[in-house]
Design a binder for this molecule. Structure first.
Ligand SMILES: [Zn+2]
Length: 423
């Protein structure tokens, strides 16, 4: 399939070995996750700056992408593996960065912005990665008809994803564009909205008794056929899509990176992507300094935050995960080591908050800042408040809080929090 000029291939995060382009693969030597690599010297930093203002005109959705007009995150296709012309896209990305002055006062910092990823097509930051991953599926699927002799790995149906809910819903949605069968595995405690919308998008779904690890295990136990796994870090492209958050933040702040980005963290996928994006922007000379990255987790399941605080490289699986914020309940995060390294080398922190604090934060944002945050998104303001109480901010920072999911994902959880307070 066609790839972009600077894209060099897939490199193992574990052992550094190079691998052939595939929609879903891990390292054949060490089992590590694969990471798209680029020749950054081949990219003109000015082209990146110009690309930011090249968003396609939303009033003319049928216009094909051109060099000066690409949809959403695909504006930045110079630093993605595939060109916008071959993207499976529904205009994900280009999400608003909303100033929150009251929050800035409360946290006693210079500026606070909410990056509202709830406004992606299926209401989650994960749409970015599923768009890039599904573009690989579509492109490699075409390339494996036996005619081009490219030797790339075949794309086998069904497409599969085990997730707490949002990623599975997103995969079902994007799979619809390709006409390929998708099969989502979710735990029984997955949010109703995810289960309903996965079906509405035409995806098959298996609800597995138990929690996230049970859904992961069920893929192999219950599928008697081969499949293409689009779970995070099984495809090399989900964290790569998340990377574009960094490009948008830098662009929206006038090519001046924020000082702090607080990221609700589960598998480490989003944090790994954001860290990679800022590293690239620094290497390209587009920004001078990278932000401090904060991994915000729920107290009831915080393997990454615990590893950061304890100074160890590899998070230990969380023994008894228990948080009502389902998207945050990943006990043994696939991208744990990557996330720990990203936070540590940025000078950031791991931070935890109780379910009550997380839900209270999401409600406070809804009541004072208009935006609707899902339960997981509430970990960003809750984490920021915890850091403020800890005296971590100097007072002159620009802080970005990433809202990873829309409020309509978990209205029942937010509402029950109010009812618990007698409201
Ligand atoms: Zn390896």
């Amino acid at each position: 399939m066609e790839t972009t000029n600077a894209f060099e291939g897939l490199t193992c995060r574990g052992c550094g070995s190079d691998h052939a382009l595939a929609a879903s693969a891990r390292c054949s030597n060490c089992g590590g996750p694969l990471d798209p690599s680029y020749d950054l010297d081949a990219i003109d930093p000015d082209a990146i700056r110009e690309a930011a203002s090249n968003d396609a005109d939303p009033s003319r959705p049928h216009d094909p992408p051109t060099d000066s007009r690409k949809p959403g995150l695909w504006r930045f296709d110079a630093v993605l593996p595939f060109p916008a012309e071959s993207a499976v896209s529904a205009r994900e990305g280009s999400t608003p960065l909303v100033a929150a002055e009251r929050l800035a006062d409360e946290l006693d910092v210079d500026e606070v912005y909410l990056k509202d990823e709830g406004r992606n097509p299926t209401g989650t930051v994960l749409d970015r990665g599923l768009s890039v991953a599904m573009s690989a599926v579509a492109g490699l699927g075409e390339g494996t008809a036996g005619t081009d002799g490219s030797g790339s790995s075949p794309v086998v149906e069904p497409l599969v994803c085990a997730s707490p809910g949002n990623a599975g819903q997103s995969m079902a949605a994007y799979a619809g564009r390709t006409g390929l069968r998708s099969y989502t595995f979710v735990p029984s405690r997955c949010a109703f909205s995810n289960k309903a919308m996965t079906n509405v998008h035409g995806g098959e779904m298996r609800v597995v008794g138990g929690r996230h690890p049970d859904a992961v295990a069920a893929v192999d136990e219950q599928l008697a056929t081969d499949y293409t796994d689009l779970s995070e870090f099984s495809t090399p492209f989900r964290h790569e899509g998340a990377k574009t958050v960094s490009y948008e933040l830098a662009a929206d702040l006038g090519w001046d990176a924020p000082d702090v980005v607080v990221v609700p963290t589960a598998s480490g996928e989003v944090l790994a992507g954001i860290a990679k994006g800022f590293r690239e922007l620094e290497s390209l000379g587009v920004i001078d300094e990278r932000p401090r990255l904060v991994a915000a987790q729920a107290e009831g399941c915080a393997p990454i935050a615990a590893a950061i605080e304890r100074g160890i490289d590899a998070p230990e699986p969380w023994g008894t995960p228990d948080t009502i914020c389902g998207e945050l309940e990943i006990a043994d995060p696939e991208g744990g080591e990557w996330a720990v390294e990203a936070v540590r080398e940025s000078g950031g922190r791991g931070v935890t908050a109780s379910d009550d604090e997380i839900l209270e934060s999401a409600v406070a944002v809804a009541q004072h800042e208009v935006l609707e945050m899902g339960a997981a998104g509430g970990a960003a303001p809750a984490g920021a408040w915890a850091l403020a109480e800890d005296g971590w901010f100097d007072g002159d920072e620009t802080v970005v809080l990433l809202n990873t999911e829309s409020g309509v994902k978990t209205p029942d959880v937010l509402r029950s929090h109010l009812m618990g307070k007698g409201i």
